[in-house]
Design a protein. Sequence first.
Length: 338
Amino acid sequence: MRKIFWMLIMLLYVPLLKAQDIQFSQFYAASMYLNPAFAGSAEITRLGLNFRNQWPSIDQSFIAYSAYVDHFFEDYNSGVGVIVNGSRESFSNLQNNEIGLMYTYRLRIGEKSFLNFGVQGSYGLRAAAFDEVVLGTQLDIDRGVILPSPGSGIIDDRQNSFFDLHSGLLFYNDKFWVGISSHHLTEPDLSYLMDGYDGLPRKYSAHGGVRFNLKPGFINDYFNNTQQERTVSFAFNYKKQGLFDQLDIGSELYFEPIVLGIWYRGLPSFNALPNNDAIIGLVGFSFQSGLDIGYSYDFTLSRLGWRNSGGAHEVSMRYSFIDQLYQKSKRRTPAFRY
């Protein structure tokens, strides 16, 4: 009887809950996912992958990924990209998959400054299995039992497909960058109820960063001395979706080829529900060959607790075809490494 009581309490909050997008601690390394206006911004061809395993110590896992490729067409001042996003949680085997096409037009507004206008059209597929989930229609309060069938309120087809639109703006030069993006402009319906509607709320994001060059050094590779790039960068990403908002802010030190970073995610407050999520540590490598690899770990600060959740592991990989269309000496170095 006590279990049923707590189930009813939880069900009271269900109408207030809305589906939320996955989030990456290395948001700067998931630039296509962050803002479609990033497509083609590096003026080369890139392949990338982001993978996140959240709260591995909890019995029910949550795994997410984002893979992308983008290319810049100099003759048309345009960039194009393809992105594939996916997530899976094991409690109800809920899976979200999305494939999107991006187009960006670049407008030059200075000798080294550009403004990108980006749009993305996506096709999404959402699937779930409710066999091991107890729904409200299965609770028999009079007898104090759980019925084996959820009743007629759930549709037979456990898959939802939908089309979606995203857009964004990005201003950047070789020193700093700033952008805004809006996702889920169509607010697609994700409900599995026959007469229900659960629109995916629009997500708004404002993000930016600045890079400062430090005094360069030299690397001795036993054959010759090469100049070592040294920079420090600061970046932020504020996002709001439905009733929820959050801020990511932090800094990275690039000491070629090593990248070290520290980040904070949350919005400190004195309310009853403080929004302190995690402290994130990062280590990565950025090679002249065009390969970038990063690993970050989230130290949970919320009431869920670090020991209970196990934090979160995240890996980012990207390969840039530096010499495919341009000589390395002519390559423009943007304010963002990713």
